[in-house]
Design a protein around this ligand. Sequence first.
Ligand code: ZN
Length: 283
Amino acid sequence: MRLIRYGKAGSERPGLMDAHGVLRDLSHVVPDIGPAQLGPDALAQLARLDTDSLDAVSGHPRLGCPVAGIGKCIGIGLNYTDHAQETGSPIPTEPIIFTKAISAIQGPDDDIMLPQGSVKTDWEVELGIVIGSRASYVAEGNALDHVAGFVLANDVSEREYQMERGGTWDKGKGCDTFGPIGPWLVTQDEIADPNNLDLWLDVNGQRMQTGNTSKMIFNVKEIVSYVSRFMTLMPGDVIITGTPPGVGLGQKPPRFLKAGDVVTLGGQGLGTQKQRVVGWRAL
Ligand code: ZN
């Protein structure tokens, strides 16, 4: 299934994208797509629905983040060898983890707003893991049992805040609008191998990032197992798994986002996103 939340920010309704690409309303079936809908039993119940019997949604409504009530969003840093190299960083021997502020999360096509005075706002296309059931000290062999599915994410990052402001990385990861997620949450049954998915990102139509999750240093089950040793993962938590090479920081000379730029990105089975970059304003 491809689960979606659509409508105005803050009042999204649950839906799903059917096999023909038609958006169907789920608001008579579930109150939302959130922690209570992501466990194996709840997902199995949704999977039994006759999608043709659900109302088709007309027009092209705004899409929200496909998961409501995310409790935490954990990032994995430098998880692709060639991305670590382009940033001049050593290859990690254990996953680097950081927290992305929940207040940064938004819909897949919402504007990216440059922070006040920012000169180093950068892009990062990533595979995101959505947790479906509580995971604490899970073995790699069982880790995928705790995963509801996957999302596309843009881990927007302010490099000056991240690397030149005395630590930690969180300063450059959690600014408002820095967490576009979606368009949908795709359940595990529709992804043959999460460790073999193409990812790409363009800025103003120019290809900047091309990657495949097979190049991740730590794969999906390793990441879930590893993070679960440091914190209990709860339904609706999201882990973004790191970015392939081609970020702005790695360009020669470095290139960063400015107002008016358009960022488009996509992932195999994960859908696409499109964000316009705008200057800072009070929200
Ligand atoms: Zn990242």
